[in-house]
Design a protein. Structure first.
Length: 67
């Protein structure tokens, strides 16, 4: 848990406080100069909004979603 907290803290320091919880893998992508995104998610992003006290996540840029 401590190691994950350190990685998350590094992502906040590197990319800013508003980057969101999916940013830690970006540290690895940037270090390797390689994308880890699967096909169809190359342009994936998300917004988070507080709706009546609950966080609502809105996914954007998903070209192909396979469940």
């Amino acid at each position: 848990m401590d190691h994950m907290q350190q990685i998350y803290q590094k992502s906040l320091e590197t990319y800013g406080a508003d980057v969101g919880c999916y940013t830690p893998p970006r540290l690895l992508e940037d270090k390797m100069n390689e994308t880890l995104r699967v096909k169809g998610f190359e342009n994936w992003t998300y917004d988070v909004e507080n709706v009546e006290g609950a966080l609502e996540i809105r996914h954007k840029g998903i070209d192909n979603f396979v469940s």
